[in-house]
Write a protein that binds this ligand. Structure first.
Ligand code: SAH
Length: 347
């Protein structure tokens, strides 16, 4: 077991801005990563299957607030072609992500998961937002291996503000839903955005404690990136609040490194948001500061530019081939091999 970091120690790292001390944190996280999960970087092919969304999350660029955005939903055949591409690229996992789209009907998704498993044997990860325990159970029975649902922030009041429930529904308790997902036998992923206006250092320290409490298999962490069409962007950060967490690359890397120390065995991606906020080094920084997973984008170019959860998303005008090569180039530069097989937490 890793020696447990005390709450005060975590807070001190979160507030740290000293480059020399931070070098020490990166080393600690990188050493822990090597020791616990090895040097291989697992590649998950990401397919953004629909940008329809019935939610009005104030942080997100594809929410209902963005009336100007063209909407798409990929067909079964288009998604199957992406799955075959993932196999050709040597990935062990396909991740199907979308807005909260009721048009992705329960049985249609179940059939799709079954077809992908039957045709490719890939591990299938779903990230389709808040869906009912019955739907989640059916998809699990159809062969889905993993589910990703970030709780975004453990500060319930802040979460309620940035993630209002639809008019005719009660607020969903994402943390309770994550426990259900785990109980259904999914490998369970969650995570947060770093630097949400109103988010404090104390609140991130509690997020890290919750990662551990939930015993997460996967933890995704990225900086919040303002989308001009999102209400939260117009609202901005509270002025001169010393406790406001900055939405910077360095801050997101500190949280990635601490997540590695707090949950040493978890699969932790170097996220697209990190690669967006620092287009030259973001992905490599994630991988040398605790992360062990990359998610190259396999979404066809005509759709990926519309999955605009934040602006200038890394790779938003690239082809799957270009995204693949770009990730491989990062791994080659770091001397890190691509993982083989599904890359489950326990494998
Ligand atoms: N509808 C799904 C998938 C959402 S997109 C769901 O809600 O789970 C996946 C993740 O992108 C979100 O969980 C959120 O953490 C992140 N995200 C959304 N908007 C963002 C923004 N403006 N900046 C950074 N990350 C963002």
């Amino acid at each position: 077991m890793a020696p447990e970091l005390a709450h005060e120690e975590i807070l001190a790292w979160l507030r740290c801005d000293d480059p020399q001390l931070l070098e020490r944190l990166w080393e600690l996280a990188d050493r822990e990563r090597t020791h616990r999960v090895g040097d291989c970087v697992h590649l998950r092919g990401l397919v953004e299957i629909s940008n329809h969304c019935e939610r009005s999350c104030t942080y997100c660029g594809i929410s209902t607030a963005n009336a100007a955005l063209g909407r798409y939903r990929m067909s079964r055949d288009e998604i199957m072609a992406c799955a075959r591409q993932a196999v050709l690229f040597g990935y062990g996992t396909i991740v199907l992500q979308a807005g909260e789209d009721p048009g992705l009907e329960t049985q249609w998704v179940a059939d799709l998961v079954g077809d992908i498993k039957g045709a490719t044997g890939l591990a299938v990860t779903l990230s389709l937002g808040e869906r009912s325990p019955d739907e989640l159970a059916l998809w699990r029975a159809s062969g889905a291996d993993r589910y990703l649902l970030r709780f975004e922030t453990s500060d319930r009041e802040l979460f309620r503000r940035i993630h209002p429930p639809p008019k005719d529904r009660n607020a969903c308790d994402r943390i309770a839903l994550l426990r259900t997902i785990k109980a259904l036998g999914y490998e369970t992923g969650s995570g947060i955005m770093v630097g949400i206006p109103g988010q404090t250092f104390e609140s991130i320290a509690r997020d890290l404690a919750l990662f551990r409490e939930l015993d997460l298999d996967m933890i995704g962490i990225g900086p919040w990136i303002a989308h001009p069409a999102s209400p939260l962007c117009r609202e901005g950060a509270p002025d001169a609040d010393a406790d406001q967490v900055p939405a910077t690359e360095q801050m997101a890397c500190i949280v990635v490194a601490l997540a590695r120390l707090v949950c040493p065995e978890a699969n932790i991606p170097s996220t697209t948001a990190l690669a967006t906020i620092n287009s030259l080094h973001g992905r490599a920084h994630g991988l040398t500061r605790g992360a062990n997973v990359c998610m190259p984008n396999l979404t066809p170019p005509q759709y990926r530019c519309l999955y605009e959860i934040y602006p200038n998303k890394a790779g938003s005008s690239s082809t799957p081939e270009q995204s693949h090569r770009s990730v491989l180039a990062t791994l080659a530069a770091l001397g890190r091999p691509a993982g083989q097989g599904p890359g489950s937490r326990s494998a």
